[in-house]
Design a protein around this ligand. Structure first.
Ligand SMILES: Nc1ncnc2c1ncn2[C@@H]1O[C@H](COP(=O)(O)OP(=O)(O)O)[C@@H](O)[C@H]1O
Ligand SMILES: CC(C)(COP(=O)(O)O)[C@@H](O)C(=O)NCCC(=O)O
Length: 306
């Protein structure tokens, strides 16, 4: 990894945590409880040492973006509307993107008290199961061809121009797009999380990246991500036991070694191939790479130099 990241400043956790001048007040008990409710295993030390400096960095990017837009407006001699600040978060399936995104949403809402912070996952832009099936690509879920990238790009265009937009929602429970949509109310800050957020639309004219004012790639060793994927699969099975309409219910009557084999096969044939061929190659489009050790603790941070 090191040689490929020549345009990044590598920062150890110890150095990173000291870059932050503690200008945000410490988190309250209630806020700590909120963070725990996102994921009860999340390390509060990570929040203090890694995420609070990260929020500070995002504050710098946000101010720079606003100043640049203002100066562009002066140059063009026209009033420019305040554009929403968009953050993209990418990484493998099961690396912890949604956990990172929810934590960041909470910390940003606390930092920018008068701003609205919305979170969207690109799973909603997967084609419905029926379409994937008709196209014979059900086993390619998560690969570039399984997403309606043009809709995702139209959504980002609408958000950048300050509109309210309704978007489709994906459910891990039904393993499909839900019938009801979700309204995204013209936010001040939008976090977009998904394995494909550094990829392009089919016509390659626009990269999703073009909409981002800040971007993060969550990184870890393949064998650790596989373990997190298998553990999450087990959690999905536990949740599906009492619910026959849950996609994972079909596996709950099988012996444990068989379900483990199914999960391992899916990881190896689908998600690992996707990671190697389509997700990891986009890593160097991120401003910041957060690298996790085997316990989810962030041990290294890479910040783009140029
Ligand atoms: N910081 C963390 N601490 C502990 N467990 C975590 C952390 N981040 C993610 N996990 C666990 O790892 C698994 C994958 O995380 P998730 O956020 O669902 O990944 P993704 O959105 O990338 O698919 C989940 O079981 C989640 O509970
Ligand atoms: C819906 C997904 C493509 C998105 O992944 P996420 O990062 O949200 O976990 C993925 O969870 C998925 O369903 N992959 C296909 C193979 C599988 O069942 O894991």
């Amino acid at each position: 990894m090191e040689t490929e990241l020549i345009n990044y400043e590598k920062i150890t956790r110890r150095i990173w945590q000291n870059l932050y001048k503690k200008s945000l007040p410490a988190l309250t008990e209630k806020e700590l409880d909120n963070i725990k409710s996102i994921n009860d295993e999340i390390s509060l030390q990570d929040v203090n040492d890694v995420y609070l400096p990260l929020v500070q960095l995002i504050r710098i990017y946000k101010k720079t973006m606003r100043d640049l837009n203002f100066s562009k407006g002066l140059f063009l001699q026209k009033i420019t509307e305040n554009q929403p600040f968009i953050i993209g978060i990418s990484g493998s399936v099961a690396v912890g993107k949604s956990t990172t995104a929810r934590l960041l949403q909470l910390l940003l809402s606390r930092t920018f008290k008068t701003s609205t912070v919305a979170l969207v996952t690109t799973d909603g832009f997967l084609y419905p199961k029926e379409t994937l099936s008709e196209r014979g690509i059900l086993d390619r879920k998560g690969f570039p061809e399984s997403y309606d990238m043009e809709s995702l790009i139209s959504f980002l265009l609408a958000i950048k121009s300050g509109k309210d937009v309704s978007i489709p929602v994906y459910s891990h429970e039904t393993y499909d797009i839900l019938p009801e949509k979700e309204l995204v109310n013209a936010p001040d800050i939008l976090i977009v999380e998904g394995i494909n957020v550094f990829q392009s639309g089919a016509n390659k004219q626009l990269y999703i990246n073009d909409f981002f004012d800040f971007s993060i790639y969550v990184d870890a060793k393949e064998q650790n991500i596989e373990r997190w994927y298998l553990e999450r699969f087990k959690t999905f099975l536990d949740l599906a036991k009492q619910n026959p309409s849950n996609y994972y219910h079909q596996f709950t009557s099988l012996p444990a070694d068989e379900t483990l084999k199914i999960a391992r096969d899916t990881w190896k044939k689908v998600n690992l191939v996707n990671l190697r061929d389509y997700i990891e190659p986009t890593r160097s489009r991120a401003e910041v790479i957060l690298h996790k050790d085997k316990t989810h603790k962030i041990d290294k941070i890479y910040l783009k130099k140029y």
